[in-house]
Design a protein around this ligand. Structure first.
Ligand SMILES: NC(=O)c1ccc[n+]([C@@H]2O[C@H](COP(=O)([O-])OP(=O)(O)OC[C@H]3O[C@@H](n4cnc5c(N)ncnc54)[C@H](O)[C@@H]3O)[C@@H](O)[C@H]2O)c1
Length: 315
């Protein structure tokens, strides 16, 4: 199969490229390097494998036309987005461009070049702050509280219409925090950086009781590989792990792994880490469990393995 991976030089995209190449597919990776970089896929550049990387912005219609007309993909994996939610809180335009418009442009190219298979990386952020409800794929009235969540929900709507109008088979995964080797930002990175600068104290945003499920990146990639052949129309799954990890537990795990025993935690206070952050979160993953997939690693295990990978230098 010829696979086009948009946003493939990012954290999750690079793991997906590796998996697709490993499974014998021909991979063309497009990225504008706004958050990703060549180094993320360096392992693939060295080998004599079917892998190409191009610096292209997915909102550039002409450039994307060039990719679709020359490479002629069978399957498009759309991972391009602004993944730094905290940053876009100050600049919503970046979500419009990199999260929403990328989706439109990719779908438009798929329509023109008659590509019929799509994977889309959506997010638990589409649900918004609904901590007392059971959130499954049929939850109505989705009300994201971040610009990022809104741009992803809008993207899902575009995918629904383009899939119906053009006979596209779309697999949409909504996932929570994904972590693992080559992670580029987020709470684990921030804490390790701060502790390397000063190992006597640690500033923690919020009250530390924010709890979220953390899924290890290879678990997510396994799920994509298992479900990528879907019927026409949209197939939607929540993908995640059963447990959750609190921000204070993440700090504890990092201190343990760094051998630090006497760190004073300074909480900034309040429930959420920043505006747009959903402080406590877990959603229903029965549908994908019933379909035959579950994560190998718990949320705490994923955190510990990621901390080790980041401390060891990434790859
Ligand atoms: N990491 C998570 O916890 C998480 C959770 C839910 C959903 N997601 C989604 O999964 C996808 C991958 O996330 P990630 O963590 O690997 O983030 P990432 O930032 O490492 O990867 C996104 C990639 O998209 C690229 N990109 C952004 N705008 C682009 C554009 N206009 N044209 C071409 N490339 C562009 C970036 O340079 C980056 O390499 C994203 O869509 C993200 O929203 C991630």
């Amino acid at each position: 199969m010829k696979a086009l991976v948009v946003g493939g030089a990012g954290f999750i995209g690079s793991h997906l490229c590796e998996r697709l190449v490993h499974d014998g597919h021909e991979v063309f990776c497009v990225d504008n390097f706004s958050l990703g970089n060549e180094g993320q896929v360096a392992g693939l550049m060295d080998e004599t494998v079917s892998f190409q990387l191009r610096e292209i912005d997915a909102t550039d219609e002409k450039a994307m036309d060039g990719v679709f007309s020359s490479f002629k993909p069978d399957y498009v994996f759309h991972l391009a987005a602004n993944s730094d939610i905290q940053a876009s809180a100050k600049n919503p335009e970046v979500e419009y461009r990199n999260t929403y418009t990328t989706t439109f442009q990719i779908l438009e190219a798929m329509r023109k070049y008659e590509v019929r298979k799509l994977f889309f990386s959506s997010t638990s952020a589409v649900y918004g702050d609904k901590r007392d409800e059971i959130l499954d794929e049929n939850t109505p009235n989705l009300s994201p509280i971040s610009y990022y969540g809104a741009a992803k929900l809008g993207s899902e709507a575009l995918i629904s219409a383009f899939s119906y109008m053009n006979g596209i088979s779309s697999l949409i995964f909504r996932f929570p925090n994904v972590i693992g080797p080559r992670l580029t930002h987020g709470v684990i990175h921030d804490f390790i950086k701060r502790l390397k600068e000063d190992d006597t104290q640690l500033k923690i945003l919020g009250d530390g009781r924010q709890t979220k499920p953390y899924i290890f990146v290879t678990d997510l990639i396994d799920a994509i590989a298992q479900f990528m052949e879907v019927d026409s129309g949209v197939t939607l799954y929540n993908v995640g792990v059963e447990g959750v990890t609190s921000v204070t537990s993440i700090a504890d795990i990092i201190c343990e792994e760094m051998g630090l025993t006497d760190v004073k935690y300074n909480y900034t206070g309040g429930e959420g880490g920043w505006k747009g952050d959903v402080p406590r979160f877990q959603y229903c993953i029965d549908k994908i469990h019933n379909a035959g997939w579950s994560a190998k690693y718990s949320s705490d295990e994923a955190v510990r393995m990621t901390v080790r990978a980041v401390l060891e230098g990434g790859n």
